[in-house]
Design a protein around this ligand. Structure first.
Ligand code: GLN
Length: 208
C-alpha cells in the first residue's frame, strides 16, 4: 500500500512523522510505503494522499506548474482517500469566497480563507471531531467552511458556530492542524479509511 504526502510546500514533514508513528504503533510499517509527492512519477500506484497546511495559493500554483494538478484531481474524483488540512482544505474546496487561484475543486464546500483574521491568527481549543472526542485543535490563519454545496457533506467539527471539519465520500477536510499535536487519533481514522478503501478495491477487482 502506498500513502503519499504532498511535499511541495508547508507542513508535510509533520504529517509524515505522525503517519510513521501510527504505522509503528499498529505494526504496519512494513506494509505501507510512505512517500513524499513532488513530481508526476510519485503518483504511480498511489492509494491515498495527504494535503498539508501551508500557503494554498503557492501550493495551487506549484501543482499546476509541475503538471500534478489534473492527475491528482482525477485520482481524488475516482475515490482515492484524501486527508486535507488547512491550506489543503482550501485546495480541495469547490468555491473559495475571497480568492481566485488554482484549486482542485473536488470537495463541494465554500470556504473563506484567513477567516479568523490576522489578530487572532493562531489559537488552540478542544472539540469533538466526528466520533473522536475532545480533540486538541490547532488553528493557524485558518479557513472555515461557510457553506456545504452538497447534502452529502458531513460535518465533523464546529468551533465558534463555524464548521471546521468535514467529510465527503473519501475526502476529509480540516481547517486545523492535527499533525501539530501529539494526538494521532485523526491519522488513525484516516488510515482506517485507506485500509477499508483498499479492501473494497481488491474485492471489486476479484468480483469483476
Ligand atoms: N492561510 C493559509 C492559506 O490561505 C492557510 C494557513 C495554513 O495552512 N495554516 O493558504
Amino acid at each position: 500500500m502506498k500513502i503519499g504526502v504532498l511535499a511541495l510546500q508547508g507542513a508535510f514533514i509533520e504529517h509524515i512523522k505522525m503517519l510513521e508513528n501510527v504505522l509503528t504503533k499498529k505494526e504496519m510499517s512494513e506494509l505501507v510505503d510512505l512517500v513524499e509527492i513532488r513530481q508526476l512519477k510519485d503518483l504511480e500506484g498511489l492509494d491515498a494522499l495527504v494535503l498539508p497546511g501551508g500557503e494554498s495559493t503557492v501550493q495551487g500554483k506549484l501543482l499546476h506548474d509541475l503538471n500534478l494538478f489534473n492527475p491528482i484531481k482525477e485520482l481524488i474524483e475516482s475515490g482515492m482517500p484524501v486527508l486535507a488540512t488547512c491550506a489543503g482544505l482550501i485546495l480541495l474546496a469547490k468555491e473559495i469566497e475571497n480568492e481566485k487561484g488554482f484549486h482542485l475543486g473536488t470537495f463541494p464546500i465554500k470556504v473563506v480563507r484567513n477567516a479568523y483574521g490576522r489578530q487572532l491568527g493562531s489559537f488552540v481549543t478542544k472539540e469533538n471531531v466526528g466520533t473522536i472526542e475532545n480533540y486538541p485543535l490547532t488553528f493557524i490563519r485558518a479557513p472555515y467552511i461557510k457553506e456545504r454545496l452538497s447534502k452529502d457533506v458531513e460535518v465533523l467539527s464546529v468551533v465558534d458556530d463555524k464548521i471546521v471539519g468535514v467529510k465527503y465520500k473519501n475526502q476529509i477536510g480540516l481547517a486545523f492542524h492535527p499533525e501539530m499535536t501529539k494526538d494521532n487519533r485523526i491519522h488513525e481514522e484516516f488510515l482506517k479509511l485507506v485500509l477499508e478503501n483498499c479492501k473494497n478495491k481488491t474485492s471489486n477487482k476479484l468480483a469483476s
